[in-house]
Design a protein around this ligand. Structure first.
Ligand code: SF4
Length: 753
């Protein structure tokens, strides 16, 4: 039901010849990452070699996965493309909107009620356009993808930063914004800067208390939260081959915390075992047929320094369990040094809550090893001192670990099973008392531990570790407990030691599930109605943006001259606004409210040139729109850096801003603006930024001869009757100019469809 074997056959049929062609143009042995990237070049990019870290390349991914929060705008946009079906297999996963409070059943039913209109929209739009829909309670996107869709040698994009989880099964899987997902579903290629390559050679073998999680906790300590930026991390060596596929998934998942584009392991016996264990022996058989192409060339792994931009070596036999944090995932402490760090830094040693599971660590192996410790606590008459929660990653895992008795074991230890959803990992945790903002410690087997992420309390010291270490510390209730060396006092007053955790990579009786929570799309969705209430304040169907009127733009007002940093978060804030991400009109009320106005140094206060009064940026722009007047936004360096949030480009477009003129752009935002039919321009002379005055009226000239490489002119008419003409550069190619003329990239796709 859930995977598309025909698509995989097609991909595998092409992989050998494409890799051979790449080897010829690159002229040397290839890493696994290069093989998969070159095997997925779009038609226009085929036959070329690319420079790491500089070339922008078009790829053709095999799959798209979307989580429910980001899927809303991606799919509202996709509806504009005029297609009857998605161009590549795609799925939606309802995991982010379920709040954890009491326990799985009650929390799930409350979420279904509260988010009904969002779920109804996602279910109906998926049904109509051929998209697989995973209902609330079915599981967390990355675990469901690993169990059902990830395949060695494939390429996937997902609208979530931990999409790289699928790298555990040998897939290039990259987190993107909704606009990219929309493009790929609409049949467009997808652009990525050809990444640098970091090789991590794993030697030795894990044993005892050490788990796969400790590999990435160690790597995060070495590379820090920025060290992987612009790079793909490729793991190899005998140590890599000894890790379970789900352990590899954990490592790739948390690679997002070092800023890596993605992470990947090669195909091996463990991958084959996991594929077979999850009902996909046919894919394992296909992968076996091209196995030499699903790993790096032997010359690469023999001399990695010659082929990777950076190489790290970790001996798994010597690796200690780690605890990382607080407040950042790269503050790495081997367990032997952690207790001293807790004392020296004055972090609260009393552990309030231990949380295991999430998309990062909820495999059968993780749960069974944690349960072996919970069982010991019961057998050795230890009473767990901390609260303890378990978040299964999927209904299939939950059902199987319940069948095998692990959830009963946790129950005996006082554990609470939460819904198969993100819950506390994304701040969807109604933690009682968090509002008091007391200093406290929690430890999780999740991936991120930035301040306020789990419970909104800035004084919660969140640490990250393997599920085994989380469980041991929750039993002890004490962050300074080292289960490798220390004893605990049981209810009879005896000193007892926890033995090393034990578990199984895969269930001996196989996975089982009664209702996985999957809804297959209609074979013919032409009569399916997409459900969006016209009175909804969370969802709104989009209207196409108007095409360019065919003449130069004149009489535009200056909306804001933004000073200094203006990230996508300044342009379209997150937090409480996220609830409106499926409603363009409502979310547009946050447009640019974080940007600093260069004329008064204030945020969300700009001069309305129609009235002379100062007002909020969105309200001022709405006044211009109502008067039929366009506007422009002027900005500083690296305008639009940060997340790839498409709302930051859609909101100004929706409210009638015609151009963004800045000293420089963050590339993704610049592309997003182009896709929405906006003019994204840069000062040829950045010092011209200083010429722009608060009451300027603006003309943009040269649009009737708009061409690649040809600058436009922007005339600023000042209130004193003088004017300045500014040369404005752009990076539009001919195709992107057509987007501008059509009003948006989607308008053009629709016209062609
Ligand atoms: S469990 Fe956490 S990291 Fe995973 S998808 Fe959900 S919010 Fe993201």
């Amino acid at each position: 039901m859930a995977f598309d074997i025909e698509m995989i056959k097609e991909v595998y049929a092409q992989i050998p010849s494409r890799i051979e062609a790449a080897r010829k143009v690159v002229g040397k042995p290839l890493t696994l990452t290069e093989k998969i990237l070159y095997a997925h070049l779009s038609e226009g990019a085929a036959g070329q070699a690319f420079k790491r870290g500089t070339s922008y390349v078009d790829f053709q991914p095999d799959r798209v996965a979307m989580q429910d929060a980001t899927a809303q705008m991606a799919l509202l946009q996709f509806m504009q493309a005029g297609r009857s079906q998605v161009a590549v297999p795609s799925t939606v996963h309802c995991d982010h909107l379920i709040q954890a409070e009491i326990g799985a059943d009650k929390d799930l039913s409350k979420a279904k009620d509260k988010n009904k209109e969002v779920y109804d929209f996602l279910a109906s739009v998926s049904n109509k356009y051929g998209i697989g829909f995973w209902k609330p309670g079915a599981g967390i996107i990355h675990q469901v993808v690993l169990e059902n869709y990830a395949f060695p040698g494939g390429m996937m994009i997902g609208t979530d930063s931990h999409t790289p989880n699928a790298g555990g099964l040998g897939m290039i899987a990259i987190g993107v914004g909704g606009a990219d997902a929309c493009d790929v579903m609409a049949g467009l290629p997808w652009e990525l800067k050809f990444p640098k390559l970091i090789g991590v050679k794993l030697t030795g073998k894990l044993s005892g208390w050490t788990a796969a999680k400790d590999v990435i906790l160690k790597v995060a300590g070495i590379l820090t939260v920025k060290g992987g930026t612009g790079a793909i991390v490729e793991y190899f060596g005998e140590g890599a081959r000894s890790l379970s596929a789900t352990g590899k998934g954990t490592i790739c998942n948390m690679g997002a915390e070092i800023g890596a584009t993605t992470s990947i392991f090669g195909y091996d016996e463990k991958s084959a075992a996991y594929l077979s264990g999850t009902g996909r022996s046919d894919i394992a058989a296909l992968a076996n047929g091209i196995a030499e192409h699903l790993t790096g060339d032997s010359e690469v792994y023999a001399n990695p320094e010659q082929y990777f931009d950076q190489v790290i070596e970790i001996n798994l036999s010597e690796l200690e369990p780690h605890v990382n944090g607080p407040f950042t995932p790269d503050l790495a402490w081997p367990i032997s040094k952690f207790a001293a760090a807790v004392r020296e830094n004055g972090w609260p040693a009393k552990l309030d809550v231990g949380l295991i599971g999430s998309c990062t660590n909820s495999s059968y192996e993780d749960i069974s090893r944690a349960a072996s410790l919970a069982q010991q606590a019961v057998d050795k008459k230890l009473v767990a001192k901390s609260e303890y929660t378990i978040t299964p990653g999927s209904e299939q895992v939950r059902f199987t670990v319940a069948r095998d008795g692990f959830l009963d074991t946790f129950d005996k230890m006082g554990g609470v099973v939460l819904a198969n959803a993100c819950g506390p990992c994304i701040g969807q945790w109604a933690r009682h008392g968090a509002e008091k903002q007391e200093k406290n410690s929690i430890i999780t087997s999740f991936n991120r531990n930035f301040a306020k992420r789990a419970d909104g309390n800035p004084n919660t010291h969140a640490f990250v570790a393997s599920p085994e270490i989380v469980t041991a510390l929750a039993i002890a209730g004490d962050l300074t407990f080292n289960p490798l060396t220390d004893t605990l006092t049981n209810s009879e007053g005896n000193q007892v030691r926890l033995d090393e955790p034990r578990g199984l990579e895969l269930p001996t009786k196989g996975f089982a599930v009664e209702d996985a929570g999957y809804q297959a799309p209609a074979a013919d969705g032409s009569t399916v109605q997409v459900l969006v209430s016209p009175t909804s304040d969370r969802l709104q169907l989009l209207d196409s943006f108007a095409a360019w009127e065919g003449v130069d733009l004149t009489g535009l007002k200056l909306l804001i001259k933004a000073k200094g940093k203006c990230t996508t978060d300044h342009i379209s804030m997150a937090g409480p606004w996220l609830k409106y991400r499926g409603h363009l009109d409502n979310i547009s009320n946050n447009m640019l409210i974080g940007a600093v106005n260069a004329f008064n140094e204030a945020t969300n206060s700009v001069k309305n040139q129609l009235t002379g009064a100062y007002g909020e940026v969105p309200a001022t722009q709405r006044a211009y729109k109502a008067a039929g007047i366009g506007s422009i936004v002027v900005g500083d360096e690296n305008y639009g850096e940060g997340s790839s949030r498409e709302h930051a480009a859609m909101e100004p477009r929706f409210l009638g801003v015609r151009a963004i003129l800045v000293k420089s752009f963050a590339r993704i935002h610049e592309t997003n603006l182009k896709k929405q039919g906006m003019l994204a321009l840069t000062f040829a002379n950045p010092a011209d930024y200083d010429l722009i005055q608060e009451n300027d009226v603006i003309d943009i000239k040269g649009l009737t001869t708009f061409a690649p490489g040809k600058a436009l002119e922007v005339v600023f008419h000042h209130a004193d009757g003088t004017s300045h003409t500014v040369v404005a550069n752009h990076t539009y190619n001919q195709g992107q100019i057509e987007w501008f003329k059509a009003g948006s990239a989607l308008n053009l796709i629709k016209a062609k469809a």
